[in-house]
Design a protein around this ligand. Structure first.
Ligand SMILES: [Zn+2]
Length: 333
């Protein structure tokens, strides 16, 4: 999508880039946070930095206007101060000085943020605008190639002293489970991330289970088969929903959030993902007054597939940090 830009009418433009394990989303926004340009393309892990620079250059060319700054949202351990990302296990990144490298290639300020945090910041900003009330508290649970959460509490984005606030993908879910890309065993990611769902289907096939699933089915195939009543797929999705409901319960009990938005590639499964999670939460609420008090009136919802909160959040962070305009309401820390 490319809008017509009239020089001087849209204010300084910023780009937001959301780097995922399978796709990269790019938006360019004006000073009213309107999207002027939007692009989604498969991730090229072998030349990630030059791919991002090329995508921003494409946007500049097609809009025929420069951008003042770029925000990049990326998984892994992100240092927003020096723009580096490390331990992005699902992108094969050990350590990458992403911000400085992009700044050299593009010649404009670059701001790097954790992808789920950028998305959470954007969603909370939207919620604050819509409700016209105090900044919101929410968690954005990203389920794709990996799993992580971004948390905004009372309008403040949480990072923590170890920059690991919200990394729920690597909390223990099954101590006897398979080894995770992070080196630990049985992380939530090894059960409920997209590749893990596909792997469990293959394991069931290899064990001789009868199923309508074809060999090497994707996570989306497994969700479709579960909706159609396939027994193997139903078992896998039940287990996935069970563990995700526990993760949501943990977010509600440890952080106090009452709104959880689920996004990422796996969220495209829609009701086939959301309904079993909500059913599990309802069971937990019925069994425990404690959980009922924490989660009984909570909202657990799916992100609309047309939204790109990671890229929008990255753009908003870039605009905020480059000081292009005063931002109110939602703060960063
Ligand atoms: Zn792990």
């Amino acid at each position: 999508m490319i809008a017509t830009v009239e020089p001087g009418r849209n204010g300084p433009l910023v780009a937001g880039v959301d780097v995922g394990g399978t796709k990269i989303s790019v938006v360019v926004t004006d000073d009213q946070d309107s999207i002027l340009y939007e692009q989604v393309t498969p991730t090229d892990r072998s030349s990630l930095v030059s791919q991002i620079a090329g995508l921003v250059d494409d946007a500049r060319r097609q809009l025929r206007q420069d951008v003042s700054a770029v925000g990049v949202a990326i998984p892994g351990r992100v240092d927003p101060e020096d723009g580096s990302v490390s331990m992005a296990v699902n992108l094969g990144i050990d350590h990458l000085p992403l911000g400085p490298m992009l700044q050299t290639l593009l010649g404009i300020p670059i701001f790097v943020e954790h992808d789920a945090r950028a998305a959470a910041l954007w969603l909370s900003k939207q919620a604050a605008v819509e409700s016209a009330q105090a900044p919101a508290s929410l968690a954005f649970l990203a389920i794709g190639t990996g799993i992580s959460a971004g948390v905004v509490l009372d309008g403040v984005l949480l990072r923590g002293d170890n920059s690991s606030a919200g990394e729920v993908g690597h909390v223990a879910a099954d101590p006897d489970g398979v080894v995770c890309a992070c080196g630990l065993r049985g992380c939530l990611e090894t059960i409920a991330a997209g590749p893990a769902i596909a792997r469990q289907a293959d394991e069931a096939m290899a064990a001789g289970r009868r199923s309508s699933l074809a060999p090497h089915s994707s996570a989306a195939d497994v969700f479709r088969a579960s909706s159609a009543g396939d027994e193997v797929a139903l078992e896998i999705i039940d287990r996935v929903a069970d563990h995700l409901a526990r993760a949501i319960r943990s977010l509600a009990l440890t952080l106090g959030v009452k709104r959880v938005v689920i996004g990422g590639g796996v969220a495209a499964a829609g009701p086939a993902l959301l309904q079993p999670i909500q059913a599990r939460i309802a069971l937990e609420c019925a069994a425990s007054p404690l959980v009922q008090a924490a989660l009984g009136d909570a909202t657990v919802e799916l992100l609309s597939p047309t939204e790109a909160p990671g890229a929008r959040g990255a753009a908003a962070i870039a605009r905020h940090r480059v000081g292009l305009r005063e931002r109110e309401g939602v703060g960063e820390r």
